[in-house]
Ligand binder design. Sequence first.
Ligand code: FDP
Length: 319
Amino acid sequence: MADRTTVQAYVVERAGEPLGEVFAAVARACGEIAKKIRLAGLGDVYGAFGAVNVQGEQQQKLDVFANEVLTQALGAVECVAAIVSEEDEEPVVFDRPGGRYAVVFDPLDGSSNIDVNVNVGTIFSVVTVQGELLASVLRPGAEQVAAGYVVYGPSCVLVLTLGRGVAAFTLDEAGEFLLSADGMTMPAQGPYYSANAATAASWPAAYRAYVAGLVGGALGGKAYSARYIGSLVADFHRTLLKGGVFLYPPTEKAPKGKLRLLYEARPLAMIAEQAGGAAVSGAEAILGLDAAGIHERTALIVGSKVEVEALQRAVVGAK
Ligand code: FDP
């Protein structure tokens, strides 16, 4: 049952005013993005913006809008030293003495789903800037101060962790995210696996055998069912609530994986671990990985402990 605790009040109580302001800005911006998405069919917001981003992907109009709204909101927060966005080639640095955090985000994830009215999301991570900015954001995800995502679905939900558990907030009609679940835990094992089966022929053999095992009852006799939306936040959100495993393995086209380490894999890995789940890139824990660049890609296997550890054992065994 929702109470009247806002995101900002929740964060201030547990982590202090400055981080509370960061989350207030994220919540405000995501509230605006949610409104834009809800009314997308009535405005000129569907379709391509006409430019290609640093990842070589067509930017959608809503990608650009979401990036601008988040950049503006976070740029107005005194303790934010810099932002790193999927849509920007380089970090945006704010020249101010009080800056102690960098916020790393994917403003609108799953944007190929926008035009067909399927769930999309925003993913973000907060890190402390100590010394050089770039070195601070590249340090392993275990050092994240906080992480979260917003899923723009039938209801709009913001899920966050401050490193001590996971909580969810639901956007109300007045535009405020209010606490709707606290102390969230992921089931230790779940009924679903989630992967783009069309790419399976080009996965390493251990991944193919693993998924065949899930379907065939190799993990405790359960026959797993498939669910794949193709929108990471939505696929992760289901995995958090229902359990199971989401996997985006290395493929021939993307041998290092498709998803981005800093603003997709790391924040979701932190949330998964805080909810009792796990996240690996194959043999290694996502949160232990160093990054060489801000737009680095990784394979991502995230979800319930039983399934993720089984995959990790399979990959290590195949080496
Ligand atoms: P999209 O290409 O629509 O932006 O990170 C990008 C992402 O979506 C994820 O949201 C999603 O999980 C994944 O790519 C889908 O990739 P495939 O189309 O290759 O399955």
